[in-house]
Design a protein around this ligand. Sequence first.
Ligand code: SF4
Length: 467
Amino acid sequence: MKDLLLITPPFTQLNTPYPATAYLKGFLNTKNISSFQMDLGIEVILELFSKKTFETLFNIAKERDAVVSENAQRIYNLKDDYLTPLDAVVSFLQGKNQTLARQICTSNFLPRASRFNQLDDMDWAFGEMGMQDKAKHLATLYLEDLSDFIIECIDPNFGFSRYAERLGQSANAFHELHEQLQNEPTFIDAITLRILERCLKQVQPKLVCFSVPFPGNLYAAFRCAQYIKAHYPDLKTAMGGGFPNTELRSVTDQRVFEYFDFITLDDGELPIELLNAHIQNPTSKTFKRTFLLENDVVTYKNNATLPDYKQQQVGTPDYNDLLLDRYISVIEIANPMHSLWSDGRWNKLTMAHGCYWGKCTFCDISLDYIKIYEPIAAALLVDRMEQLMAQTGERGFHFVDEAAPPALMKALALEILKRKLTVTWWTNIRFEKNFTKDLCHLLKASGCIAVSRRIRSGLRPFIKTYR
Ligand code: SF4
């Protein structure tokens, strides 16, 4: 039995956990508040992309007469060829069963549908020695063909790293999302809710907290919360994360609180600590940046006088409970620059709270999580890296700052070199003159293999990665 259950709802990424719940669990450890975390996304993907589930899924598609397009018909006609290697291919993408690469790279091992039409020049992309990466790319296309089949025949809302994203993008109106939630659970919802139920029985939490980073996680968070309210009416639910931080700052729709008892904004540590205190003792009514329903009115509570925790007080992210050896590394595009985002399991850390630059005109720099800049000392950062290596066995790090500060990157590199650590790391930056040639050489010597930068235009951000 645990006090809190922390959930990342489907879907974020396949190759590594989204770090928010690990950050919170690390902090809760420092307060002796017990918690269990789960990445519901990877658990649903693993159950969905299994031979057993796909057998059922092919039958349902046929019963519904949903196999219409030429592409879906081809996949259906070849269903035995798709089913036979499925479990082995997923295992290969989990980093097990590496010898399978040799078979995957032969021309007739995996069945092929439309995703293979645009197959890049594999020798250009992977060279003659890159057999593992080449096999990962082919295996990824094979899974994407199956994903196309799901979208056409079973559930148009499916995506590997998002679900029903469109509903999240218009969720401030909430009406459409609420309507959708009145429908019967979909095939994928049913898998999600089965796994959730198993976890609720095992953990028996008093509060379930959903971390919703993107619009593509919103629907599933609401579907899970709806299930909890229907089957565990005394169990409290809360939502926080990047999506509410930006899109729900002025939520007024009471119907949202049929699903969630609390919505917290910005840094989650203190709001969740206070929510836990409230759950343990309902007479405790001190809240930090928390929406709740009071006398049937959506009310914003921010009556805590305590300040947010400083970065040196929040502890080291704790990745326990997560299925670290079951994540799937995929290579979607035959371009080595892009593979960093989806290939390999990275420990995620931040170098600083907030943004050191804070001047971009299109950025809402009034938000605390951008405005309040607080770098973490390099020595503490490397302490945390060492703790994470001991816990996860992984020596790769992605620093997920919006824009890592060059001075801190330099201090970090020097600290890594001083401790003689062999690590691999990359981060996101904004281009500026402080990245001199000498600094780049120093960063490389410390294990920095790449930097990415987000380019924002009036239309949408896109990301370029350099290494
Ligand atoms: S660098 Fe990123 S986080 Fe910083 S101000 Fe610009 S857009 Fe905002």
